[in-house]
Design a protein around this ligand. Structure first.
Ligand code: NAD
Length: 360
């Protein structure tokens, strides 16, 4: 069986955080005799600069061939003014949809060592462990028609479309229920069924799927209430399953409960658990190239890659343990820093995780 991983550093802080994650992946491969072969490609702005498009056909072909993809982040001011059809983010949407990566898993876990880094009171967030299951290849980010036009009175108008088919909802709902079975057996489906037709279908189909999971408790919440509840009493949630747009926003919000978006990994899976793994954050152009970025979200994405695409639980657990050990040592990048801790840069944090992993 081939064990090839495509590494796409991307833009901004992407190359810096990927460098650290690759060190961890290479050590895990050696330590657990996984025999991974890593190949590198371009996505986003880096691909525009090299190939003229944000995702070259050759890179997409490589992505189809490998067992998993590890991605940094894409985008940045350099490419903000180019034609919308070839913006860096288009490359990301295309690779997700071409590979059929419809199931996006975004855990929001508060490491006890970081309780002080959260903007919420420690008693509200301590022990927090939420899994947001976001639909990733449908909804308003892909719906057509979309565009801008000029009205008869000369005013400009722009529009997007939010479509969901029954099968798209059913397959992501199943991911949510399956994940809940591995955890506390609670699913909260988030929608806006009081206003949106697509959300009304969403709710109907989720209720139908729930019949196959009588052991899982299902609740529903409107997205505006969910946003409020996430900061009021986040520990009421276990698995949240929601659409592409709502999941995008709620998972960023949930990230702040954990101290920093720099701590949040993600997995995007197809129906056979082939996946693309990336931090939940963007390319952070404001801190790019300064050795300031937190590489832990990307390193934790490597743990997810081992857990979901290669079913190597021991290696995944060890990486998560190494991250926890480094936090125990008091090492913090700027985004999770609190007084009394030792501030370190991207590379030093990565090296510390490698050293902790080597000791396990
Ligand atoms: P962002 O996530 O890049 O940054 C938001 C804030 O969080 C910034 O202050 C940044 O410095 C900080 N931050 C993010 N990651 C961090 C890390 N690892 N360590 C420390 N601090 C970190 O979001 P944005 O500013 O809205 O977008 C910047 C660019 O990234 C845009 O071009 C956007 O389109 C792109 N983007 C890409 C992805 C992706 O590749 N998956 C996701 C979101 C945004």
């Amino acid at each position: 069986m081939s064990k090839k991983i495509l590494v796409l550093p991307g833009d901004g802080i992407g190359p810096e955080i990927i460098r650290e994650a690759v060190k961890v992946l290479e050590l895990a491969s050696e330590k657990y005799s996984l025999g991974f072969e890593l190949v590198e490609g371009e996505l986003g702005g880096a691909a525009i600069d090299k190939h003229g498009v944000p995702l070259a056909d050759s890179t997409l072909a490589l992505a189809r061939e490998v067992d998993a993809v590890l991605l940094g982040a894409v985008g940045g001011p350099k490419w903000d003014t180019i034609d919308a059809a070839i913006r860096p983010e288009r490359g990301l949407l295309k690779i997700r949809s071409e590979l059929g990566l419809f199931g996006n898993l975004r855990p929001a876990i508060l490491y006890p060592q970081l309780a002080e880094a959260s903007t919420l009171k420690p008693e509200v967030v301590s022990g927090l462990d939420i899994l947001i299951v976001r639909e990733l290849t449908g909804g308003i980010y892909f719906g057509t028609p979309r565009g801008t036009t000029t009205l008869e009175n000369g005013e400009r108008m722009a529009y997007d479309t939010l479509p969901y088919s029954e099968s798209e909802i059913r397959r992501i709902a199943k991911v949510g229920f399956d994940m809940a079975r591995l955890r506390s057996k609670k699913v909260c489906s988030v929608d806006k069924a009081n206003v949106l037709a697509s959300s009304r279908l969403w709710r109907e189909v989720v209720i139908e799927v729930a019949k196959d999971y009588p052991d899982v408790e299902l609740s529903h919440m409107y997205v505006d209430n969910a946003a409020m509840q996430l900061v009021r009493a986040p520990k009421q949630f276990d698995v949240i399953v929601t659409d592409n747009l709502f999941g995008d926003i709620l998972s960023d919000q949930a990230s702040m409960l954990t101290g920093s978006i720099g701590m949040l990994p993600s997995a995007s899976l197809d129906s056979n658990n082939k996946g693309m793994y990336e931090p939940s954050h963007g390319s952070a152009p404001d801190i790019a190239g300064q050795n300031l970025a937190n590489p832990l979200a990307t390193i934790l994405s490597v743990a997810m890659l081992l857990r979901y695409s290669f079913k190597h639980v021991a290696a995944a657990d060890a990486i998560e343990q190494a991250v926890s050990d480094v936090l125990d040592q008091g090492l913090r990048t700027g985004d999770i820093f609190s007084p009394g801790m030792r501030k370190v840069g991207t590379a030093e944090m990565g090296d510390a995780v490698v050293a902790a992993l080597a000791k396990l």
